[in-house]
Design a protein around this ligand. Structure first.
Ligand SMILES: *Cc1c(COP(=O)(O)O)cnc(C)c1O
Length: 385
């Protein structure tokens, strides 16, 4: 009855419709589903964070509208955490902006810098809000394919010069969802140089900075010389502290980019519940063993899954970071067919790669968000197909 806006119509199609429907049907039929589809930690938020929320919520001053730019205590805690983790000093007043989850900031950021017809350079496959945010801002998308032959890094040389000139921002995300690829200092240096040459904003999504294995901690784009002139980096407490439902993250980096995002947000939201911000302070300043334990749990699950899949003759490499395993489909099936088959024959949910963009075709993504015994069970079920 009502005509949808051209922007809504331009959003990439939601390709998980069939998968979601099949999953619901299988559940309703009482089948014992092993869900490796969702990128959401299965473990609870640590108690010390919940207790901090509880204490903060009892103080009526947290019940009122929060400051748009986030509480000074949270911005200072982020600055300390950042310095400690990456060796980068940030000004808590001008270079850090708390967000209602990093997805919110990622999706709103293009409103500050894209005019109709401006391009965003976006990796594909990718986390969907890069595309959605660009479309809502009236921008156009140029896809940078992430292919195995290039270690799932974008190849800047392949971006046509005419597009480089019409582009305003470039998105990167390492450790990467969905491919689980990581990037080193050389890649960040190349990205900073490329953005410098074409006056582009470098948008780095570091949601998985703490979810790494074998002791190899990922880098921040802001460690790179010159990055602070053009980069904004998005961080999240969601995955690190099992806080996906709480909605708290932050953007940091170039002060001009941060203040422009703050301006967009001041017209849209009214800050993050102060008690959640104080719980965020507790999370960042709390004991380090939570994060270490979390890494050990995912590393065990990763090893069970990868070893198991290899025992089935599947070609998989153990991811160096994230809680995803990106698997090339055996027998050249489409990713929707492959995930459909897993559900139908083994009651296993895996995400079809094409849902993250056309260059995700040929892959499925499995998330390490179920206990190791369930992963073992999944392997045995696949063995019997
Ligand atoms: C989970 C995720 C996020 C963000 O999560 P929030 O809960 O919105 O902070 C951002 N980027 C990627 C790539 C993710 O997978």
């Amino acid at each position: 009855m009502f005509r949808l806006s051209k922007k809504i119509q331009a959003l990439p199609p939601y390709l998980f419709v069939e998968t979601d429907k099949a999953k619901r049907k299988a559940r309703a039929a009482g089948r014992d589903i092993i869900d490796l589809g969702i990128g959401d930690p299965d473990l609870p938020t640590p108690d010390y964070i919940i207790e901090a929320l509880y204490r903060a919520a009892q103080d009526p001053s947290t019940h009122r509208y929060a400051l748009d730019q986030g509480m000074p205590a949270l911005r200072r805690a982020i600055a300390r955490w950042y310095k400690d983790r990456f060796g980068v000093e940030l000004d808590p007043d001008t270079e850090i902006l708390p967000l209602i989850g990093s997805k919110e900031g990622i999706a709103h950021f293009p409103l500050a810098f894209l005019d109709t017809g401006d391009y965003s350079l976006i990796p594909d496959p990718c986390y969907p809000p890069y595309k959605g945010g660009t479309i809502f801002a009236g921008g156009k998308i140029h896809l940078m394919p992430l292919v195995e032959a290039n270690a799932f890094l974008p190849d800047f040389k392949k971006i046509p010069v005419s597009i480089r000139k019409k582009a305003r921002m470039l998105y990167i995300n390492y450790p990467n969802n969905p491919t689980s690829a990581v990037a080193g200092p050389d890649f960040y240096a190349e990205a900073v140089e490329f953005c410098g040459n074409y006056k582009l904003i470098l948008v780095s999504d570091l949601a998985y900075s703490e979810m790494y294995y074998d002791g190899q901690a990922p880098h921040s784009a802001l460690e790179t010389a010159g990055a602070r002139d053009m980069a904004i980096e998005f961080h999240s407490l969601s995955k690190t502290f099992n806080m996906t439902g709480w909605r708290v993250g932050w953007a940091c980096g170039n002060s001009g980019l941060i203040s422009a995002l703050a301006k967009v947000k001041s017209n849209i939201d009214s800050g993050i519940f102060s008690a959640i911000q104080l719980a965020g302070v507790a999370a960042l300043e709390g004991p380090k063993d939570h994060v270490q334990n979390m890494r050990a749990i995912y590393q065990e699950r990763r090893d069970v899954l990868v070893t198991g899949l290899k025992s089935l003759g599947w070609q998989v490499e153990p991811p160096k970071a994230t809680f995803y395993v990106w698997i090339e489909n055996p027998r050249k099936m489409t990713s929707i067919k492959a995930s459909g088959l897993l559900l139908e024959k083994a009651d296993i949910v895996a995400t079809p790669g094409v849902g993250f963009g056309k260059y995700g075709e040929g892959y499925i993504r499995m998330a390490l968000t179920v206990p190791a015994e369930r992963i073992r069970e999944a392997i045995e079920r696949i063995r019997k197909i």
